[in-house]
Design a protein around this ligand. Structure first.
Ligand SMILES: Cc1cc2nc3c(=O)[nH]c(=O)nc-3n(C[C@H](O)[C@H](O)[C@H](O)COP(=O)(O)OP(=O)(O)OC[C@H]3O[C@@H](n4cnc5c(N)ncnc54)[C@H](O)[C@@H]3O)c2cc1C
Length: 477
Protein backbone atom coordinates (compact mmCIF):
# COMPACT_ATOMS: atom_id res chain seq x y z
CA UNK A 1 0.00 0.00 0.00
CA UNK A 2 1.26 3.50 -0.83
CA UNK A 3 2.51 5.57 2.09
CA UNK A 4 -0.04 8.23 3.11
CA UNK A 5 0.65 11.54 4.84
CA UNK A 6 -0.86 10.04 8.01
CA UNK A 7 1.72 7.31 8.42
CA UNK A 8 4.72 9.24 7.09
CA UNK A 9 7.37 10.05 9.63
CA UNK A 10 8.88 13.27 8.38
CA UNK A 11 12.47 14.29 9.13
CA UNK A 12 11.15 17.68 10.14
CA UNK A 13 7.76 19.28 10.68
CA UNK A 14 7.66 23.06 10.65
CA UNK A 15 4.83 24.96 12.33
CA UNK A 16 4.31 28.30 10.58
CA UNK A 17 4.75 29.25 6.93
CA UNK A 18 6.20 32.76 7.24
CA UNK A 19 9.69 33.70 5.99
CA UNK A 20 11.32 31.75 8.81
CA UNK A 21 9.22 28.61 8.30
CA UNK A 22 9.16 28.45 4.50
CA UNK A 23 12.91 29.17 4.27
CA UNK A 24 13.63 26.36 6.74
CA UNK A 25 11.35 24.07 4.72
CA UNK A 26 13.10 24.78 1.42
CA UNK A 27 16.60 24.50 2.86
CA UNK A 28 15.73 21.25 4.65
CA UNK A 29 14.35 19.86 1.37
CA UNK A 30 17.52 20.99 -0.43
CA UNK A 31 19.45 18.89 2.10
CA UNK A 32 17.32 15.92 1.06
CA UNK A 33 15.11 15.81 4.16
CA UNK A 34 11.46 14.82 4.13
CA UNK A 35 9.62 18.00 5.16
CA UNK A 36 6.13 18.87 6.42
CA UNK A 37 5.04 22.51 6.58
CA UNK A 38 2.02 23.33 8.73
CA UNK A 39 0.33 26.71 8.19
CA UNK A 40 -2.92 27.78 9.81
CA UNK A 41 -4.00 30.02 6.92
CA UNK A 42 -4.43 29.03 3.28
CA UNK A 43 -1.47 31.22 2.29
CA UNK A 44 2.24 31.02 2.89
CA UNK A 45 4.32 34.14 3.51
CA UNK A 46 3.25 35.18 7.01
CA UNK A 47 3.34 38.73 8.33
CA UNK A 48 6.22 39.63 6.03
CA UNK A 49 4.46 38.94 2.75
CA UNK A 50 0.87 39.78 3.66
CA UNK A 51 0.93 42.57 6.26
CA UNK A 52 4.59 43.52 6.79
CA UNK A 53 7.75 43.95 4.75
CA UNK A 54 6.38 43.54 1.24
CA UNK A 55 3.15 45.59 1.33
CA UNK A 56 4.82 48.42 3.27
CA UNK A 57 7.73 48.61 0.88
CA UNK A 58 5.37 48.47 -2.10
CA UNK A 59 3.46 51.48 -0.72
CA UNK A 60 6.67 53.29 0.18
CA UNK A 61 7.78 52.94 -3.42
CA UNK A 62 4.51 54.56 -4.52
CA UNK A 63 5.32 57.35 -2.08
CA UNK A 64 8.76 57.75 -3.65
CA UNK A 65 7.23 58.11 -7.11
CA UNK A 66 4.68 60.59 -5.76
CA UNK A 67 7.48 62.60 -4.20
CA UNK A 68 9.41 62.67 -7.49
CA UNK A 69 6.30 63.87 -9.31
CA UNK A 70 5.90 66.73 -6.84
CA UNK A 71 9.45 67.82 -7.69
CA UNK A 72 9.33 67.04 -11.43
CA UNK A 73 9.95 70.66 -12.36
CA UNK A 74 13.29 70.55 -10.47
CA UNK A 75 14.33 67.94 -13.04
CA UNK A 76 13.09 70.01 -15.98
CA UNK A 77 9.97 67.92 -16.48
CA UNK A 78 7.09 70.31 -16.82
CA UNK A 79 3.41 70.43 -17.70
CA UNK A 80 2.66 67.07 -16.10
CA UNK A 81 -0.43 68.65 -14.61
CA UNK A 82 -1.48 68.09 -11.03
CA UNK A 83 -0.93 64.42 -10.20
CA UNK A 84 -3.77 62.79 -8.30
CA UNK A 85 -3.59 59.74 -6.13
CA UNK A 86 -5.83 56.79 -6.95
CA UNK A 87 -5.54 55.06 -3.58
CA UNK A 88 -7.62 52.09 -4.71
CA UNK A 89 -5.17 51.52 -7.57
CA UNK A 90 -2.24 51.86 -5.18
CA UNK A 91 -3.73 49.14 -2.96
CA UNK A 92 -4.52 46.99 -5.99
CA UNK A 93 -0.88 47.08 -7.10
CA UNK A 94 0.25 46.22 -3.56
CA UNK A 95 -2.17 43.28 -3.45
CA UNK A 96 -1.02 42.07 -6.88
CA UNK A 97 2.57 41.98 -5.62
CA UNK A 98 1.48 39.92 -2.61
CA UNK A 99 -0.51 37.52 -4.80
CA UNK A 100 2.39 37.04 -7.20
CA UNK A 101 4.77 36.10 -4.41
CA UNK A 102 2.22 33.93 -2.60
CA UNK A 103 1.91 31.91 -5.81
CA UNK A 104 5.69 31.85 -6.05
CA UNK A 105 5.84 30.20 -2.63
CA UNK A 106 3.21 27.63 -3.65
CA UNK A 107 5.39 26.80 -6.65
CA UNK A 108 8.51 26.46 -4.50
CA UNK A 109 6.77 24.07 -2.09
CA UNK A 110 5.76 21.84 -5.00
CA UNK A 111 9.20 22.08 -6.58
CA UNK A 112 10.81 20.89 -3.34
CA UNK A 113 8.13 18.24 -2.67
CA UNK A 114 7.31 19.75 0.70
CA UNK A 115 4.14 18.28 2.21
CA UNK A 116 1.75 21.08 3.20
CA UNK A 117 -0.81 20.84 5.97
CA UNK A 118 -3.40 23.57 6.46
CA UNK A 119 -4.39 23.98 10.08
CA UNK A 120 -3.30 25.13 13.53
CA UNK A 121 -0.29 23.12 14.69
CA UNK A 122 0.23 22.17 18.33
CA UNK A 123 3.10 20.08 19.66
CA UNK A 124 1.75 17.28 21.82
CA UNK A 125 4.83 17.07 24.07
CA UNK A 126 8.27 15.47 24.03
CA UNK A 127 9.16 12.90 21.37
CA UNK A 128 8.03 9.30 21.90
CA UNK A 129 10.71 6.84 20.74
CA UNK A 130 12.37 9.69 18.82
CA UNK A 131 9.20 10.81 17.04
CA UNK A 132 7.29 14.03 17.77
CA UNK A 133 3.60 14.46 17.12
CA UNK A 134 2.09 17.75 16.03
CA UNK A 135 -1.69 17.87 16.15
CA UNK A 136 -3.04 19.90 13.26
CA UNK A 137 -6.54 21.29 13.73
CA UNK A 138 -8.39 22.41 10.61
CA UNK A 139 -11.01 25.16 10.48
CA UNK A 140 -13.76 22.60 11.17
CA UNK A 141 -11.98 21.70 14.41
CA UNK A 142 -10.92 18.25 13.21
CA UNK A 143 -7.46 17.24 14.35
CA UNK A 144 -4.97 15.02 12.59
CA UNK A 145 -1.45 14.14 13.70
CA UNK A 146 1.74 14.92 11.79
CA UNK A 147 4.72 12.86 12.93
CA UNK A 148 8.33 13.99 12.60
CA UNK A 149 11.77 13.34 14.06
CA UNK A 150 12.31 17.07 14.51
CA UNK A 151 9.98 20.03 14.91
CA UNK A 152 10.67 23.67 14.11
CA UNK A 153 8.44 26.27 15.74
CA UNK A 154 8.04 29.29 13.45
CA UNK A 155 4.70 30.76 14.46
CA UNK A 156 5.82 34.39 14.30
CA UNK A 157 4.38 37.38 16.09
CA UNK A 158 1.53 39.85 16.16
CA UNK A 159 1.20 43.53 17.03
CA UNK A 160 1.10 44.33 20.74
CA UNK A 161 -1.81 46.49 21.78
CA UNK A 162 -1.96 49.07 24.54
CA UNK A 163 -3.95 47.79 27.53
CA UNK A 164 -7.71 48.04 27.07
CA UNK A 165 -7.54 48.69 23.32
CA UNK A 166 -8.62 46.48 20.45
CA UNK A 167 -7.97 47.16 16.79
CA UNK A 168 -10.90 48.44 14.69
CA UNK A 169 -11.50 50.96 11.91
CA UNK A 170 -9.85 53.82 13.83
CA UNK A 171 -7.43 52.12 16.21
CA UNK A 172 -5.08 50.41 13.81
CA UNK A 173 -2.28 47.88 13.77
CA UNK A 174 -0.15 47.04 10.74
CA UNK A 175 -3.04 44.89 9.49
CA UNK A 176 -5.84 47.48 9.42
CA UNK A 177 -3.65 50.36 8.25
CA UNK A 178 -2.64 48.41 5.15
CA UNK A 179 -6.27 48.11 4.09
CA UNK A 180 -7.47 51.69 4.72
CA UNK A 181 -9.95 52.77 2.09
CA UNK A 182 -8.54 56.28 1.99
CA UNK A 183 -5.43 58.14 3.04
CA UNK A 184 -6.33 59.55 6.47
CA UNK A 185 -6.31 63.34 6.83
CA UNK A 186 -4.55 62.94 10.15
CA UNK A 187 -2.76 60.08 11.88
CA UNK A 188 -1.23 59.64 15.30
CA UNK A 189 1.49 57.01 15.42
CA UNK A 190 2.29 55.51 18.81
CA UNK A 191 5.79 54.04 18.70
CA UNK A 192 8.76 55.20 16.61
CA UNK A 193 10.48 51.92 15.82
CA UNK A 194 10.89 50.93 12.18
CA UNK A 195 7.17 50.13 11.70
CA UNK A 196 5.90 53.41 13.21
CA UNK A 197 8.50 55.47 11.36
CA UNK A 198 7.76 53.87 7.99
CA UNK A 199 4.00 54.44 8.21
CA UNK A 200 4.64 58.03 9.41
CA UNK A 201 6.89 58.68 6.43
CA UNK A 202 4.50 57.02 4.00
CA UNK A 203 1.32 58.84 5.02
CA UNK A 204 3.11 62.18 5.43
CA UNK A 205 4.21 61.93 1.80
CA UNK A 206 0.60 61.31 0.81
CA UNK A 207 -0.52 64.41 2.72
CA UNK A 208 -1.65 63.17 6.16
CA UNK A 209 -0.97 65.32 9.21
CA UNK A 210 1.24 62.94 11.21
CA UNK A 211 2.04 63.04 14.93
CA UNK A 212 4.51 60.59 16.44
CA UNK A 213 4.36 59.77 20.15
CA UNK A 214 7.32 57.72 21.37
CA UNK A 215 7.95 56.67 24.96
CA UNK A 216 11.75 56.43 24.65
CA UNK A 217 13.94 59.54 24.44
CA UNK A 218 14.59 59.08 20.72
CA UNK A 219 13.08 57.68 17.53
CA UNK A 220 14.51 54.48 15.98
CA UNK A 221 16.09 53.75 19.37
CA UNK A 222 18.14 50.77 18.16
CA UNK A 223 20.04 52.99 15.71
CA UNK A 224 23.12 55.09 16.36
CA UNK A 225 22.16 58.24 18.29
CA UNK A 226 23.30 60.53 15.48
CA UNK A 227 20.96 58.75 13.08
CA UNK A 228 18.02 59.21 15.46
CA UNK A 229 18.85 62.88 15.89
CA UNK A 230 19.17 63.63 12.19
CA UNK A 231 16.11 61.65 11.11
CA UNK A 232 14.10 63.52 13.78
CA UNK A 233 15.27 66.83 12.32
CA UNK A 234 14.40 65.70 8.80
CA UNK A 235 10.97 64.36 9.83
CA UNK A 236 10.21 67.67 11.58
CA UNK A 237 11.31 69.52 8.44
CA UNK A 238 8.76 67.43 6.52
CA UNK A 239 6.09 68.66 8.93
CA UNK A 240 5.83 65.55 11.09
CA UNK A 241 5.15 66.35 14.74
CA UNK A 242 7.72 64.20 16.58
CA UNK A 243 7.27 63.76 20.34
CA UNK A 244 9.80 61.63 22.20
CA UNK A 245 10.01 60.84 25.92
CA UNK A 246 6.20 60.94 25.78
CA UNK A 247 3.97 58.50 27.68
CA UNK A 248 0.54 57.71 26.29
CA UNK A 249 -2.07 57.95 29.06
CA UNK A 250 -5.29 57.41 27.17
CA UNK A 251 -6.58 56.57 23.71
CA UNK A 252 -10.26 57.36 23.21
CA UNK A 253 -12.60 57.42 20.30
CA UNK A 254 -14.29 60.71 19.46
CA UNK A 255 -17.32 61.16 17.25
CA UNK A 256 -15.28 60.94 14.07
CA UNK A 257 -11.83 59.94 15.11
CA UNK A 258 -9.51 59.39 18.04
CA UNK A 259 -8.06 61.39 20.89
CA UNK A 260 -4.68 60.54 22.42
CA UNK A 261 -3.67 61.97 25.77
CA UNK A 262 -0.01 61.77 26.68
CA UNK A 263 2.48 63.20 29.11
CA UNK A 264 5.25 64.95 27.21
CA UNK A 265 8.97 64.97 28.00
CA UNK A 266 8.46 67.98 30.30
CA UNK A 267 5.76 66.21 32.30
CA UNK A 268 2.95 68.27 30.74
CA UNK A 269 -0.30 66.65 29.64
CA UNK A 270 -0.92 66.94 25.91
CA UNK A 271 -4.01 66.01 23.94
CA UNK A 272 -4.02 65.31 20.20
CA UNK A 273 -6.91 64.38 17.96
CA UNK A 274 -6.76 62.64 14.61
CA UNK A 275 -8.78 60.57 12.19
CA UNK A 276 -6.82 57.38 13.00
CA UNK A 277 -4.24 56.11 15.45
CA UNK A 278 -1.64 53.47 14.64
CA UNK A 279 -0.38 51.43 17.56
CA UNK A 280 3.16 50.29 16.72
CA UNK A 281 4.61 49.47 20.13
CA UNK A 282 6.28 46.16 19.33
CA UNK A 283 5.33 42.59 18.55
CA UNK A 284 4.40 39.68 20.82
CA UNK A 285 5.54 36.15 20.00
CA UNK A 286 2.78 33.68 19.08
CA UNK A 287 3.71 31.09 21.68
CA UNK A 288 0.23 30.41 23.08
CA UNK A 289 -1.53 27.09 22.43
CA UNK A 290 1.30 25.56 20.43
CA UNK A 291 2.20 23.03 23.12
CA UNK A 292 5.27 24.78 24.54
CA UNK A 293 4.11 24.26 28.13
CA UNK A 294 4.10 20.47 27.64
CA UNK A 295 7.85 20.52 26.98
CA UNK A 296 11.11 21.65 28.58
CA UNK A 297 11.18 24.72 26.32
CA UNK A 298 12.34 27.80 28.21
CA UNK A 299 10.80 31.20 27.61
CA UNK A 300 11.71 34.74 28.44
CA UNK A 301 9.32 37.68 28.04
CA UNK A 302 6.98 35.46 26.05
CA UNK A 303 9.68 34.44 23.57
CA UNK A 304 11.51 31.14 23.18
CA UNK A 305 15.12 30.66 24.23
CA UNK A 306 17.41 28.82 21.81
CA UNK A 307 21.09 27.95 21.47
CA UNK A 308 23.31 28.88 18.53
CA UNK A 309 21.82 26.04 16.44
CA UNK A 310 18.28 27.38 17.14
CA UNK A 311 17.60 24.38 19.43
CA UNK A 312 15.24 24.84 22.35
CA UNK A 313 15.73 23.03 25.68
CA UNK A 314 13.41 20.26 24.40
CA UNK A 315 15.43 17.73 22.39
CA UNK A 316 14.51 17.76 18.70
CA UNK A 317 12.51 20.99 18.93
CA UNK A 318 13.87 24.15 17.29
CA UNK A 319 12.55 27.72 17.18
CA UNK A 320 13.15 30.36 14.52
CA UNK A 321 11.88 33.79 13.53
CA UNK A 322 9.92 36.32 15.56
CA UNK A 323 9.16 33.90 18.42
CA UNK A 324 12.85 33.65 19.34
CA UNK A 325 14.20 35.54 22.33
CA UNK A 326 17.31 37.69 21.91
CA UNK A 327 17.26 38.29 18.17
CA UNK A 328 15.66 41.20 16.31
CA UNK A 329 12.24 40.45 14.82
CA UNK A 330 13.21 40.76 11.17
CA UNK A 331 12.38 38.60 8.17
CA UNK A 332 16.00 38.10 7.14
CA UNK A 333 16.93 37.01 10.66
CA UNK A 334 14.10 34.48 10.74
CA UNK A 335 15.04 33.18 7.31
CA UNK A 336 18.70 32.74 8.27
CA UNK A 337 17.68 31.06 11.54
CA UNK A 338 15.64 28.67 9.38
CA UNK A 339 18.70 27.83 7.32
CA UNK A 340 20.74 27.26 10.49
CA UNK A 341 18.10 24.95 11.99
CA UNK A 342 17.77 22.99 8.73
CA UNK A 343 21.55 22.52 8.52
CA UNK A 344 21.72 21.32 12.13
CA UNK A 345 18.90 18.81 11.56
CA UNK A 346 20.56 17.58 8.35
CA UNK A 347 23.88 17.16 10.20
CA UNK A 348 25.60 19.80 8.04
CA UNK A 349 27.94 22.56 9.13
CA UNK A 350 26.52 26.03 9.67
CA UNK A 351 27.48 29.45 10.96
CA UNK A 352 25.45 30.62 13.94
CA UNK A 353 23.69 33.97 13.70
CA UNK A 354 25.81 36.77 15.11
CA UNK A 355 23.81 39.51 16.74
CA UNK A 356 26.36 42.14 15.66
CA UNK A 357 26.22 41.20 11.97
CA UNK A 358 22.51 41.75 11.36
CA UNK A 359 21.54 44.59 9.05
CA UNK A 360 18.64 46.77 10.12
CA UNK A 361 16.72 48.68 7.47
CA UNK A 362 14.07 51.37 7.86
CA UNK A 363 12.50 52.41 4.56
CA UNK A 364 11.61 55.95 5.54
CA UNK A 365 12.41 59.04 3.50
CA UNK A 366 15.39 59.22 3.86
CA UNK A 367 16.18 55.56 4.46
CA UNK A 368 18.22 54.05 7.28
CA UNK A 369 20.55 51.07 6.85
CA UNK A 370 22.89 49.94 9.56
CA UNK A 371 24.91 47.00 10.77
CA UNK A 372 27.16 46.29 13.73
CA UNK A 373 27.89 48.35 16.80
CA UNK A 374 26.69 51.90 17.32
CA UNK A 375 29.31 54.35 18.55
CA UNK A 376 27.88 54.13 22.09
CA UNK A 377 27.85 50.31 22.06
CA UNK A 378 31.46 50.18 20.82
CA UNK A 379 32.56 52.52 23.65
CA UNK A 380 30.61 50.47 26.20
CA UNK A 381 32.45 47.36 25.01
CA UNK A 382 35.74 49.12 25.76
CA UNK A 383 36.99 49.68 22.21
CA UNK A 384 39.24 52.62 21.50
CA UNK A 385 36.69 53.98 19.05
CA UNK A 386 37.55 55.91 15.92
CA UNK A 387 34.68 57.35 13.90
CA UNK A 388 34.45 58.61 10.32
CA UNK A 389 31.48 60.48 8.92
CA UNK A 390 30.72 61.59 5.40
CA UNK A 391 27.65 63.60 4.34
CA UNK A 392 25.71 62.71 1.19
CA UNK A 393 26.01 66.43 0.35
CA UNK A 394 29.51 65.62 -0.94
CA UNK A 395 28.45 62.68 -3.14
CA UNK A 396 27.90 63.41 -6.83
CA UNK A 397 25.33 60.63 -7.41
CA UNK A 398 23.28 62.02 -4.50
CA UNK A 399 23.31 65.38 -6.29
CA UNK A 400 22.14 63.70 -9.51
CA UNK A 401 19.28 62.11 -7.56
CA UNK A 402 18.52 65.39 -5.81
CA UNK A 403 18.81 63.57 -2.50
CA UNK A 404 21.40 65.16 -0.24
CA UNK A 405 20.10 64.49 3.25
CA UNK A 406 21.97 62.17 5.58
CA UNK A 407 25.40 60.68 6.02
CA UNK A 408 27.48 57.53 6.32
CA UNK A 409 29.08 56.92 9.70
CA UNK A 410 31.80 54.34 10.28
CA UNK A 411 32.56 53.08 13.77
CA UNK A 412 35.97 51.41 13.96
CA UNK A 413 38.48 50.08 16.45
CA UNK A 414 41.55 52.34 16.55
CA UNK A 415 43.87 49.49 17.56
CA UNK A 416 43.52 47.20 14.52
CA UNK A 417 41.37 49.39 12.28
CA UNK A 418 38.58 46.79 12.27
CA UNK A 419 35.24 48.17 11.15
CA UNK A 420 32.74 47.55 13.96
CA UNK A 421 29.66 49.31 12.69
CA UNK A 422 28.31 51.20 9.68
CA UNK A 423 25.34 53.56 9.96
CA UNK A 424 23.78 55.05 6.87
CA UNK A 425 21.01 57.63 6.71
CA UNK A 426 20.25 58.72 3.18
CA UNK A 427 19.32 57.69 -0.36
CA UNK A 428 19.22 53.93 -0.95
CA UNK A 429 20.67 53.31 2.52
CA UNK A 430 18.83 49.98 2.67
CA UNK A 431 20.72 48.79 -0.44
CA UNK A 432 24.07 50.37 0.46
CA UNK A 433 24.18 48.56 3.78
CA UNK A 434 24.82 45.26 1.94
CA UNK A 435 28.45 46.28 1.39
CA UNK A 436 28.82 47.05 5.08
CA UNK A 437 27.39 43.66 6.08
CA UNK A 438 29.97 41.91 3.89
CA UNK A 439 32.76 44.08 5.31
CA UNK A 440 31.83 43.15 8.88
CA UNK A 441 31.35 39.49 8.01
CA UNK A 442 34.85 39.41 6.50
CA UNK A 443 36.30 41.45 9.39
CA UNK A 444 37.42 44.20 7.03
CA UNK A 445 39.58 47.06 8.19
CA UNK A 446 39.41 50.77 7.43
CA UNK A 447 42.65 50.55 5.44
CA UNK A 448 41.40 47.63 3.32
CA UNK A 449 38.20 49.49 2.53
CA UNK A 450 39.98 52.79 1.85
CA UNK A 451 41.76 50.98 -0.99
CA UNK A 452 38.71 49.10 -2.28
CA UNK A 453 37.65 50.66 -5.58
CA UNK A 454 34.06 51.90 -5.63
CA UNK A 455 32.54 52.68 -9.03
CA UNK A 456 31.90 56.29 -9.97
CA UNK A 457 29.46 57.97 -9.80
CA UNK A 458 27.64 55.88 -7.19
CA UNK A 459 26.08 56.40 -3.81
CA UNK A 460 28.44 53.64 -2.64
CA UNK A 461 31.33 56.06 -3.02
CA UNK A 462 29.98 57.77 0.08
CA UNK A 463 31.11 54.65 1.95
CA UNK A 464 34.60 54.99 0.46
CA UNK A 465 34.73 58.59 1.62
CA UNK A 466 33.43 57.60 5.06
CA UNK A 467 36.18 54.96 5.46
CA UNK A 468 38.66 57.70 4.50
CA UNK A 469 37.04 60.06 6.99
CA UNK A 470 38.05 57.69 9.81
CA UNK A 471 41.65 58.72 9.05
CA UNK A 472 40.67 62.33 8.39
CA UNK A 473 41.19 61.67 4.68
CA UNK A 474 37.82 61.83 2.91
CA UNK A 475 38.31 63.12 -0.61
CA UNK A 476 34.99 64.83 -1.21
CA UNK A 477 34.41 66.66 2.05
C1 LIG B 1 4.52 46.59 9.14
C2 LIG B 1 5.71 45.68 9.21
C3 LIG B 1 6.77 45.89 8.37
C4 LIG B 1 7.88 45.06 8.42
N1 LIG B 1 8.92 45.30 7.57
C5 LIG B 1 10.00 44.52 7.62
C6 LIG B 1 11.08 44.73 6.73
O1 LIG B 1 11.05 45.63 5.90
N2 LIG B 1 12.14 43.90 6.80
C7 LIG B 1 12.19 42.88 7.71
O2 LIG B 1 13.18 42.16 7.73
N3 LIG B 1 11.19 42.65 8.57
C8 LIG B 1 10.09 43.45 8.54
N4 LIG B 1 9.05 43.20 9.38
C9 LIG B 1 9.16 42.06 10.31
C10 LIG B 1 8.83 40.75 9.60
O3 LIG B 1 7.55 40.83 9.02
C11 LIG B 1 8.91 39.60 10.57
O4 LIG B 1 10.15 39.61 11.21
C12 LIG B 1 8.72 38.26 9.88
O5 LIG B 1 7.50 38.18 9.20
C13 LIG B 1 8.82 37.12 10.90
O6 LIG B 1 8.75 35.91 10.23
P1 LIG B 1 8.22 34.60 10.96
O7 LIG B 1 8.24 33.54 9.91
O8 LIG B 1 8.94 34.39 12.21
O9 LIG B 1 6.72 34.92 11.37
P2 LIG B 1 5.45 35.38 10.55
O10 LIG B 1 5.82 36.10 9.32
O11 LIG B 1 4.56 36.04 11.52
O12 LIG B 1 4.80 34.00 10.07
C14 LIG B 1 4.30 33.09 10.97
C15 LIG B 1 3.33 32.17 10.26
O13 LIG B 1 2.95 31.14 11.15
C16 LIG B 1 1.54 30.93 11.03
N5 LIG B 1 1.10 30.35 12.30
C17 LIG B 1 1.09 30.94 13.51
N6 LIG B 1 0.71 30.05 14.45
C18 LIG B 1 0.49 28.88 13.83
C19 LIG B 1 0.11 27.59 14.25
N7 LIG B 1 -0.06 27.31 15.55
N8 LIG B 1 -0.03 26.63 13.32
C20 LIG B 1 0.19 26.88 12.01
N9 LIG B 1 0.55 28.08 11.56
C21 LIG B 1 0.73 29.07 12.46
C22 LIG B 1 0.98 32.31 10.72
O14 LIG B 1 -0.28 32.21 10.10
C23 LIG B 1 2.06 32.86 9.80
O15 LIG B 1 1.80 32.54 8.45
C24 LIG B 1 7.92 44.00 9.34
C25 LIG B 1 6.84 43.77 10.20
C26 LIG B 1 5.75 44.60 10.13
C27 LIG B 1 4.60 44.34 11.05
Amino acid sequence: MAETKADTIFDVAIIGGGPAGYTAAIRAAEFGLKVALIEKTDKLGGTCLHVGCIPTKALLFNAEIWDHLQHAADFGIENIGAPTLNWAAVLKRKNAIITKHTKGLDFLMKKHKIARFEGFGCLTGPAQAGVHTVDVANSAGETSPVKAKNVILATGSEAKMLPGLAPDDRILTNIEILALEQVPKSLIVIGAGAVGMEFSSLFRTFGSEVTIVEFLPRVVPVEDEEVSKEVTRLFKKRGIDVNTGARVEKVEKTENGVRVTYTDANGKTQVKEAEKVLVAVGRAGRTANIGVEKTKIEQERGLIKVNEAQETAEPGVFAIGDIVFGLPQLAHVGAMAGMVAAAKIAGKTFRPIRRDRIPGCTYTEPQIGSVGLTEAQAREKGYDVKVGKFPFAGNSKATILGSHDGFVKIVSDAKYGEILGVHILGPQATELVAEAVAVLELEGTVEEMMYTIHAHPTLAESLLDAYGAVEGMAINA
